[in-house]
Design a protein around this ligand. Structure first.
Ligand code: SF4
Length: 380
């Protein structure tokens, strides 16, 4: 059974050029109906949840959860906390866009038990913010951090992006400097991926997207890693850094290949050995809930060989890597038996480091993660 919940609020006030998440322009959307359906979905799953297994993490993402009204968002959070047993120290995160959270909304978040925010800063460069169609100004990020802290929400994560169109090393260094100076506990930083069905995808096809070279992007990543460590963060995953004990408990559920509920349009979940994805389009999601059916588009019972693959490539994202003993106790055989020769080959190529207890990515391997992960596909 799962002890983590992901919940999706698919509304945004502006659509970013790189975004391929399941999201809809907020204006004229049936938000109240969506919230009623969400609460119904929550109840449907909660009725089957084992009452003695407390939920240890909730992550409300989007979309922009703070784009809906204070009352609507409160209904969602209270719907969850009223339906599931929560661990007293549960991590409850809400994604917030800089400037999208009023004083009143922040007070409600604190009151309903939210204790962590993930703030979509992306860059502190005003021109780059415009170039990716974010609707905030750099100063909004700092104001949101201050506002959260003034309400006693101190576990704050900042999301950054690099490899943006025309982004220079100087701009990236400036963003890093400003991010490191903030009183935040966590940083996530990802390079731009150009995904189908995005504005950037169209531009790339038309030859209008000027992206940094792979070498520059690698330098940006190295700058991130060394700068974060100098600023008192510990890298615990390829793209994630925490001060003190503030690692994202929720994301560790994914990297440890554990199960979780997924609620809302387009949400993914992993329950009882089955991965599932909900309908993305609102009418389909709402219709399924109206008929009191699970709103799933597809369900996929994960066969054993896939569980082993996922354990490897999710776990190798962590800096501590995977525990050889844990693999053996989960699957009754050693990693080297499932993937003969693979680890030795990757160690020889300098992409993996192995000792008696664990195997993990080398510095080079962190840059070439996908090259490593594909070696752990069993293909059967
Ligand atoms: S705010 Fe987030 S979810 Fe909305 S369009 Fe931008 S990146 Fe996508």
């Amino acid at each position: 059974m799962a002890s983590a919940i992901y919940l999706h609020i698919p509304f945004c006030e502006q659509i970013c050029y790189y975004c391929d998440f399941n999201k809809f322009f907020l204006k004229n959307q049936p938000v109240d109906e969506y919230i009623a359906a969400l609460r119904q979905e929550i109840q449907m799953y909660a009725a089957q949840h084992h009452p003695e297994e407390p939920i240890t993490s909730i992550y409300i993402g989007g979309g922009t959860p703070t784009s809906i009204s204070t009352d609507q968002l409160a209904q969602v959070i209270e719907g969850l906390s009223g339906a599931f047993p929560l661990s007293p120290d549960a991590e409850i995160t809400v994604e917030v866009n800089p400037g999208s959270c009023s004083d009143e909304k922040m007070a409600m978040l604190k009151k309903t038990g939210v204790n962590r925010l993930s703030i979509g800063v992306q860059t502190f460069d005003p021109e780059l913010l415009k170039a990716i169609n974010r609707d905030h100004h750099p100063i909004d990020a700092k104001k949101t951090v201050e506002l959260a802290r003034s309400h006693g929400i101190n576990d704050l994560s900042v999301d950054l992006m690099f490899g943006l169109p025309n982004q220079t090393m100087e701009q990236w260094n400036d963003t890093l400097k400003q991010a490191f100076e903030l009183p935040v506990t966590h940083i996530s930083a990802y390079s731009l991926k150009v995904e189908p069905k995005t504005v950037f995808y169209q531009w790339e096809r038309q030859g209008r997207l000027d992206r940094p070279t792979e070498d520059l992007e690698a330098d940006m990543y190295n700058q991130l890693v060394s700068g974060a460590v100098n600023a008192g963060f510990q890298q615990y995953e390829i793209s994630n850094f925490a001060r003190g004990q503030y690692q994202s408990r929720h994301n560790l559920v994914y990297w440890n290949n554990q199960e979780y509920y997924g609620f809302g349009a387009g949400a993914h979940g992993y329950l009882n050995g089955e991965r599932y994805a909900n309908h993305g389009p609102l009418p389909k999601y709402l219709k399924a809930m109206e008929s009191r059916e699970r709103p799933t588009l597809h369900e996929h019972p994960v066969p054993l060989h896939e569980q082993k693959e996922e354990f490897m490539f999710m776990g190798l994202r962590k800096i501590s890597g995977i525990s050889l003993e844990e693999y053996q106790s989960r699957y009754g055989e050693q990693v080297a038996e499932t993937f003969p020769g693979v680890m030795d080959e990757l160690v020889k190529e300098g992409l993996l480091v192995m000792d008696e207890d664990s195997v993990r990515l080398s510095s080079e391997g962190k840059l070439l993660g996908n090259q490593v992960f594909e070696k752990f596909l069993l293909g059967n």
